[in-house]
Design a protein around this ligand. Structure first.
Ligand code: NAG
Ligand code: NAG
Length: 279
């Protein structure tokens, strides 16, 4: 009897797999007929042509949690296109957490730009190259967000950490709930080689595919203060482990080619204070 119950419990836990169907958590938000949902609800394709790009967004807003998406990027010549996976609040001085995949000429490879906005202030771009071909397969792009840190990961390898540095006056996204948003859009005026390489429309439609749709966050209204006591607030998620830190350093050393903290051409009056502290 007991082992039977255990078995049922085990089946229950393992069936809480790592993917959900699109319709459970998301809805189309832009370019209706440019969004293609597979019959089983497990894959969404975003299309872009001369007429429109497209996008989808979560039905709920979240304050903290763990948000994972599997994405296969536009293959071939994707120059000028931007495939995005991000979170954003809708208030005017808004918060935002960005993964932006900047298309490129086939031989050059994608650039992944991350950014963080807090209380309407962004200008915190970092850019990396990837250690695999992101157009060949789905890869797992994730955001861990709690009161202490924001961790961007690619296939569970941390590529960026933005710590809560409010004690030295750096705003941190922590009191505005955000939607999860995905989109494919025309960024040819800036995305590829500073805007010099434009979209070659003879390759349209451009297609980016999404799977996974994993959402494990505190569903919140914009003013909620009740998002405490979840697993992502446990001590082990308040900072990186030694092993994670090692992997982050590996990414920074080998794949990061732009960091706002080191950009002398930016019009910062001085290096932003968080730069000395974020790992
Ligand atoms: C994606 O990465 C996150 C963060 O490392 C991890 O928690 C999650 O299990 C991964 N999802 C899949 C489907 O691999
Ligand atoms: C949210 O935080 C900002 C600064 O980080 C503050 O100005 C604002 O009043 C806060 N809003 C709420 C609803 O607590």
């Amino acid at each position: 009897m007991k082992s039977c119950l255990l078995l049922i419990l085990l089946i229950y836990f393992f069936s809480q797999g790592d993917s959900s169907t699109f319709n459970e958590n998301f809805a189309i938000s832009w370019g209706n007929d440019h969004v293609k949902l597979s019959k089983d609800g497990q894959t969404v394709q975003l299309l872009m042509d001369r007429v429109s790009g497209s996008g989808f967004a979560s039905k709920n807003q979240f304050l903290f949690g763990s948000f994972n998406m599997k994405i296969k990027l536009v293959p071939g010549n994707s120059a000028g296109t931007v495939t995005a996976y991000y979170m954003s609040s809708d208030s005017s001085a808004h918060d935002e957490i960005d993964f932006e995949f900047l298309g490129n000429l086939p031989k050059k490879g994608y650039h992944l730009q991350t950014n963080v906005f807090a209380s309407g202030v962004g200008n915190r771009e970092q850019r990396i190259k990837l250690w695999f071909d992101p157009t060949a397969d789905f890869h797992n792009y994730s955001i861990l967000w709690n009161q202490n840190q924001l961790v961007f990961s690619v296939d569970s390898i941390p590529i960026r950490v933005f710590k809560n540095n409010e004690r030295i006056g750096v705003p941190y996204p922590k009191n505005r709930s955000m939607k999860i948003i995905a989109s494919l859009w025309n960024g040819e005026d800036w995305a590829t080689d500073g805007g010099k390489v434009k979209i070659d429309w003879s390759n349209a439609p451009f297609i980016a595919s999404y799977q996974g749709f994993e959402v494990d966050g505190c569903v919140a209204s914009a003013s909620s203060k009740s998002c405490t006591g979840h697993w992502w607030q446990q001590p082990e998620f308040q900072g990186l482990s030694r092993n994670q830190l090692k992997r982050l350093r590996w990414v920074q050393r080998n794949y990061m080619f732009y960091d706002y903290c080191k950009d002398k051409s930016q019009s910062f009056s001085s290096v932003p204070p968080e730069c000395a502290i974020n790992p």
